[in-house]
Design a protein around this ligand. Sequence first.
Ligand SMILES: *[C@@H]1O[C@H](CO)[C@@H](O)[C@H](O)[C@H]1NC(C)=O
Ligand SMILES: *[C@@H]1O[C@H](CO)[C@@H](O)[C@H](O)[C@H]1NC(C)=O
Ligand SMILES: *[C@@H]1O[C@H](CO)[C@@H](O)[C@H](O)[C@H]1NC(C)=O
Ligand SMILES: *[C@@H]1O[C@H](CO)[C@@H](O)[C@H](O)[C@H]1NC(C)=O
Ligand SMILES: *[C@@H]1O[C@H](CO)[C@@H](O)[C@H](O)[C@H]1NC(C)=O
Ligand SMILES: *[C@@H]1O[C@H](CO)[C@@H](O)[C@H](O)[C@H]1NC(C)=O
Ligand SMILES: *[C@@H]1O[C@H](CO)[C@@H](O)[C@H](O)[C@H]1NC(C)=O
Length: 345
Amino acid sequence: MEARLNLFVFLSLVAAAALLQGSSAQTTHIVGDEMGWLVPPGGEVAYRTWAAAQTFTVGDVLVFNFGASAHNVAEVSKDAFDSCNTTNPISISTTSPTNITLASAGEHHFLCTFPQHCGFGQKLAINVTAAPGPQPATPPPAPGAEVYTVGDGLGWLVPPGGAIAYETWARNKTFVVGDILVFNFTNAVHNVLQVTKAEFDACNASTTTTQPITASPARIALASPGEHYYMCTFPQHCSFGQKLAINVTGGDATAPAPAPSSPAPMPSSPATPSPTSAAPPPSAGGPSTPSPLTPPPQSSAGGPSTPGTPGPLTPPPPPSSGSAASAAAAALPFSFLAVALAFFV
Ligand SMILES: *[C@@H]1O[C@H](CO)[C@@H](O)[C@H](O)[C@H]1NC(C)=O
Ligand SMILES: *[C@@H]1O[C@H](CO)[C@@H](O)[C@H](O)[C@H]1NC(C)=O
Ligand SMILES: *[C@@H]1O[C@H](CO)[C@@H](O)[C@H](O)[C@H]1NC(C)=O
Ligand SMILES: *[C@@H]1O[C@H](CO)[C@@H](O)[C@H](O)[C@H]1NC(C)=O
Ligand SMILES: *[C@@H]1O[C@H](CO)[C@@H](O)[C@H](O)[C@H]1NC(C)=O
Ligand SMILES: *[C@@H]1O[C@H](CO)[C@@H](O)[C@H](O)[C@H]1NC(C)=O
Ligand SMILES: *[C@@H]1O[C@H](CO)[C@@H](O)[C@H](O)[C@H]1NC(C)=O
């Protein structure tokens, strides 16, 4: 009897182990192994050789070990990788180790933004394959991590009121490294892709080689501090407002929190839209100091925003409706859901 019981327990354990192995075996890759993340003595062939010996799957984790304040880790577009252009990274992390969960299939590119480091070979390009099985591997939330469903009940779609829907959603939230975004959407109708600020502003992801996540719900762990940008790559969806920009603060308590007030100028009250409330922001505060992540302020002479230089969070209004109409619609987000779906499904 006891022997039978032991056999049963043993077989159960074997089955459970096989199941774990098959479904979401998450591999941790120590970038460069013992060498770590530095300017490699032999040039960029070092990380190319390292990557060639690995198989990267969605859900795997890259661990970058480096001397703090001597290096950093930035994910960049393919163009930026090829030319070692460090001005506009997708994300950047300055703390070691930096653990990055590979959230999407396709090519991912990393480099160090310190002067000359990329040029001397501190750069890594990898190919990530989709996880086997129906569900992409989902990173488990770290203890204390928040899980945010983007748009809450609205989910991830072309919002009835335009981009203001996700601006409003993100506005009073504090995102910390390790938190998880859940994008809940209709498969084959929408997807989600992390992009650079330039791609976000232009609603043009054609320069990126990373594949969007196509299976809902998409769980994305916020792996690094700084600004993060997401969009749907279906035609027109981003320009009609299916885009999300957030600020992520470092996991440690010493990191400065983002200013909770006025992340972006918004109409004062969605319930009482006036024709002027949705117009481009007046230059009341004067031009702010430009930073690598901030586009130059718009010229005030041009009147309505020029299509070529959209503000960070104010895309050009859809051709079918004016800005005031968008603001009005934002006041009634859920009742227009059916209308929006009818247009975009
Ligand atoms: C680097 O990329 C930015 C946009 O991402 C671009 O404006 C700039 O001209 C590029 N710099 C070089 C030297 O190519
Ligand atoms: C990063 O990954 C390494 C190796 O798995 C682990 O030891 C370390 O605790 C992780 N750090 C964080 C901040 O998750
Ligand atoms: C990724 O795979 C594609 C197709 O096999 C190949 O063209 C590309 O060079 C690979 N990229 C990297 C960074 O290995
Ligand atoms: C954040 O916004 C939500 C929805 O607009 C609101 O219910 C909540 O009270 C706000 N929280 C804070 C701290 O302002
Ligand atoms: C995603 O949305 C569907 C329908 O809109 C809903 O039934 C489901 O509960 C949502 N899932 C999550 C994780 O929010
Ligand atoms: C998107 O960007 C690519 C490369 O910068 C450009 O060739 C293409 O015309 C752009 N597409 C649109 C719709 O602007
Ligand atoms: C992030 O925070 C910075 C500084 O507070 C701010 O200038 C920027 O607009 C914010 N970006 C987003 C996407 O909220």
